[in-house]
Design a protein around this ligand. Structure first.
Ligand SMILES: [Zn+2]
Length: 269
């Protein structure tokens, strides 16, 4: 099976997956990534190439014809870097928007991540608000999970808490964080619910499970999750001690102005 994806693109994807594993965000087969491929990321995709086709079970006509590099279902993040061909693969959404084909990788009968509905619905949703969008990333960082047990899950309140944990937060995710109720994962229902949030918000927390982050490239999605996880870590360290002082709303406004971002107005007191 000849590769149809440029080596540098595959390498960067696998390196980020490995880094996520090293950070402890992707135990066992936890987590998944999908990258929308551009024309120049691909080498020749021959018509004669043997491919496997599957039904999606939902419709994403906005993504017809598009290629994605995705992690495999049940695959361990720790193995991705050493064996990409078995653990990740390239899929193409077919013209009807209801089927996909595997055009490279996912060897030995492997299939794309079980969270493919959330990934594809999130890509479709994000592309509507940002034509440069390309990445959906899901993982299980410990502090973002931990905070979902001890902090109110109301979006405004949680976004404000995270913003106030370190000065960079309001700059990195001025739109705040979306939060779903606890739902069964791996379904098109959780995919649709996440996509609804992610249209105007690049981070969505699945309480007691993990986080979805999106971005224009792998670094941006990774950095977004990394920043939210750092904020959650600080909260989990200081909350038991009692918080004596924090960044004020005026402090947040000053940061936003200085870095030319527009945080959600209704999140300020
Ligand atoms: Zn998960």
């Amino acid at each position: 099976m000849e590769s149809i994806i440029k080596e540098a693109v595959l390498e960067q994807f696998c390196s980020i997956a490995d880094l996520m594993y090293q950070k402890g965000w992707d135990e066992r087969n936890g987590g998944n990534i999908s990258l929308l491929l551009r024309g120049d990321d691909l080498l020749n995709v021959g018509e004669s190439e043997r491919t496997r086709e599957y039904e999606l079970g939902y419709r994403v006509p906005e993504l017809s014809g598009k290629f994605f590099l995705v992690t495999g279902s049940g695959k361990y993040f720790k193995n991705i870097k050493t064996n990409p061909k078995e653990n990740v693969g390239v899929i193409q959404i077919l013209e009807d928007g209801e089927h996909y084909r595997i055009v490279w990788g996912l060897a030995n009968g492997a299939k794309p991540t079980s969270e493919l509905p959330t990934h594809l619905m999130n890509h479709a949703a994000r592309l509507k608000s940002d034509p440069d969008h390309r990445v959906v990333m899901h993982c299980h960082p410990a502090n973002l999970l931990a905070i979902s047990f001890v902090h109110p899950l109301e979006e405004r309140e949680l976004s404000r808490t995270l913003w106030k944990m370190c000065a960079e937060c309001v700059i990195v995710f001025p739109e705040g964080i979306g939060v779903l109720p606890f739902m069964l994962c791996g379904t098109k229902e959780i995919g649709a619910a996440t996509a609804q949030k992610i249209t105007d918000c690049r981070l969505v927390l699945w309480p007691h499970h993990g986080i979805f982050g999106t971005g224009k490239d792998l670094d941006e999605a990774f950095g977004l999750i990394e920043t939210a996880e750092k904020a959650a870590e600080i909260y989990m360290k200081i909350a038991p001690l009692g918080i004596r002082q924090s960044i004020s709303d005026d402090g947040l406004r000053e940061l936003a102005e200085a870095f030319h971002v527009q945080p959600k107005k209704e999140y300020f007191d």
